[in-house]
Write a protein that binds this ligand. Structure first.
Ligand code: AHG
Ligand code: MN
Ligand code: MN
Length: 343
């Protein structure tokens, strides 16, 4: 027996537009094309070694990280699918140094698409959850889009300017989480029909939690406020928090954020001594902003420890930031420790 609704992603988007005018036709096309790309990526991932999709690509991206074959394949799938529809002015990706302009043979649209084509790359070869993260902005009027280098300027908008954001998670089930600023909706991929079907709406993150996510192996590099906060969690019932905390770390932000949207929790990839030069580990435009908006739309909070992520004015496309997000009261507590570091 099936418990699913019969509301496909297309129908959801059309009805949202009818009710609340949040999704003009071009934005709907964009979201549907991104979703279709994610189905394509899911199919490729599903073939694993049989499809020749595992292993190293033998190249490095702009961040100096070794690319996996799937990083490159997923990036190509998203680029190819999105260039011809007439809905975009340009695309930017974690895997490319400069934005990709729309070829002149196609019409130009008013949106900008940003993505982390394959999140959690270190999970690929061990068959653990991975994902795709995306963010959509409007292309400002009057910016110079004549060259790839000039186009970077158009993307440098704060997270509050996003008009859509979401992720696909390729786990035991392929799911799509989406916000257009009216809460978070979750769609399940029906592998027979290839359609995403609405399975949960208005996801909410409880303000309280007893579960945290952080890579503990980085502990010695953290700043004092994070040291204090995590030490208090680890003290459990015997400490100031008076209760035990559980820990989870999937090492794919998509999977850790997804767990928090489903059952609550707090996620940290904080500033540490080794990433201070670069600004942090996670990327503002492809990871922090879309996830921060989803989390806020579900009633949670997202901060660097010192500022709301969505308020940050980006200085460059590949900017990195510290990320603390999830249960509101936990994020607020850790932010308050940053404000009074000597306590
Ligand atoms: P990506 O695979 O896109 O480079 O992102 C990996 C990120 C993020 O998804 C995850 O939270 C974090 O890196 C894991 O980092 P560690 O391996 O340092 O734990
Ligand atoms: Mn990533
Ligand atoms: Mn990635």
């Amino acid at each position: 027996m099936s418990h699913a609704s019969h509301i496909t992603l297309s129908r959801y988007l059309i009805e949202k537009q009818r009710e609340k005018q949040l999704i003009p036709a071009d934005l709907r096309l964009l979201i549907e094309v991104v979703a279709r790309s994610c189905v394509h990526i899911a199919v490729t991932i599903g073939k694993g070694a049989l499809g020749g999709a595992l292993g190293e690509a033998g190249s490095e991206n702009i961040q100096g990280e070794a690319q996996k074959k799937l990083d490159v394949i997923s990036n190509e799938i998203l680029l190819d699918a999105n260039e011809w529809g007439g809905h975009l002015a340009a695309m930017a990706s974690e895997e490319m140094p400069l934005p990709r302009l729309i070829p002149h043979r196609y019409p130009q649209g008013e949106y900008l698409l940003l993505f982390d084509p394959l999140d959690g790359s270190s999970n690929i070869d061990v068959n653990a959850s991975i994902g795709t993260i995306f963010s959509v902005l409007k292309c400002p009027d009057g910016v110079d889009m004549s060259s790839e280098a000039a186009a970077e300027q158009a993307f440098l908008q704060p997270g509050t300017a996003q008009v859509a954001a979401g992720y696909a998670i390729y786990g035991p089930t392929t799911l799509l989480a989406l916000t257009v600023g009216d809460g978070v909706a979750l769609f399940t991929l029906d592998r027979e029909s290839g359609a995403f079907v609405l399975t949960q709406e208005k996801l909410t993150i409880p303000a309280e939690t007893s579960e945290f996510a952080v890579n503990m192996s980085n502990q010695r590099h953290w700043e004092a406020p994070v040291q204090r906060y995590v030490a208090e969690l680890l003290q459990g019932r015997e400490g100031v928090r008076g209760r035990d905390f559980n820990m989870r770390w999937v090492a794919a932000m998509v999977a850790d954020v997804h767990r928090i949207l489903i059952r609550g929790g707090v996620f940290m990839y904080p500033q540490d001594a080794r990433t201070r030069e670069k600004g942090g580990k996670l990327r503002l435009m492809y990871e922090a902003n879309p996830m921060a908006w989803l989390i806020e739309q579900a009633g949670g909070a997202a901060s660097t420890g010192r500022a709301r992520i969505l308020d940050l004015a980006p200085a460059k496309l590949h900017q990195r930031v510290p990320v603390i997000l999830g249960a509101k009261h936990e994020v607020e507590r850790l932010v308050s420790y940053h404000a009074k570091p000597d306590e």
